[in-house]
Design a protein around this ligand. Structure first.
Ligand code: FES
Length: 178
C-alpha cells in the first residue's frame, strides 16, 4: 500500500495544533480523514483477506517451473506446505502458474492446463461428484484425460493439455511434468 504524502510528523503537528484548540479525538480523526485519502482512514476496518482455496497459490512449497510460457512444465509441490496441503484431500484442487492440479476421485492426481480451450477463461474447476473439470464461463466439461465432454465451442473445441502427475512414495511431494 502506498504511503500518503502526509507524514506522521505533519499529522502530529496538526493534531497538536487542533488539540490546543480543545478538539476531541473524534473530531481530530475527522480532520485527519479530510486531510488524507479515504483508504488511509478505512485501513483499520479493511477485512482480512482470506486465502482462496482454489486460486493461484504463490510462495513456499513450489519448486520449478509451473508456467508454460516460461518453458516446459516441470515442478514439485510440497504437500506438507500450508499452501498445498489441501491437495491431500480428495476433491481439492489448486491453480499454480498455468496449470490446475486436482486430487481427483480415487486419490488420483490430475494436472491440466488451467485456461479453458473455449474462450480462454480462467474459470475451470474440478468436480468430484462427476470426476471431471467444468468451466464456469459457458459450461465446457472436460474428462480427467483432458478430452472434451461438453463443447460450447462446437466439435472443433480443443482438448485440455494434460500433464504427468506423480506422487512420491511418502505421499508428501507431487511432481508435475510435461
Ligand atoms: S471459456 Fe470455458 S466454457 Fe467458454
Amino acid at each position: 500500500m502506498k504511503n500518503h504524502p502526509t507524514t506522521d510528523q505533519e499529522q502530529m503537528k496538526r493534531g497538536e495544533f487542533l488539540r490546543s484548540l480543545g478538539m476531541s479525538s473524534a473530531a481530530l480523526m475527522a480532520f485527519y480523514c479530510m486531510g488524507t485519502s479515504l483508504t488511509s482512514c478505512s485501513k483499520s476496518s479493511d477485512p482480512t483477506p482470506t486465502t482462496p482455496t482454489t486460486g493461484t497459490t504463490t510462495g513456499t512449497g513450489l519448486t520449478g517451473n509451473a508456467d508454460a510460457s516460461k518453458g516446459a512444465i516441470n515442478f514439485t509441490l510440497d504437500l506438507t506446505d500450508a499452501n498445498y496441503s489441501k491437495l491431500k484431500t480428495v476433491g481439492a484442487f489448486v491453480k499454480v502458474g498455468s496449470v490446475l492440479v486436482a486430487n481427483a476421485k480415487g486419490s488420483k492426481y490430475v494436472t491440466i492446463q488451467r485456461i479453458c480451450t473455449h474462450q480462454q477463461l480462467d474459470l475451470v474447476s474440478y468436480r468430484l461428484a462427476s470426476d471431471d473439470f467444468y468451466c464456469d464461463g459457458h459450461g465446457s466439461v472436460f474428462a480427467t484425460n483432458g478430452s472434451v465432454v461438453v463443447a460450447p465451442g462446437g466439435p472443433s473445441q480443443a482438448a485440455m493439455t494434460l500433464y504427468k502427475s506423480a506422487l512420491s512414495t511418502d505421499g508428501n511431494t507431487l511432481t508435475v511434468t510435461a
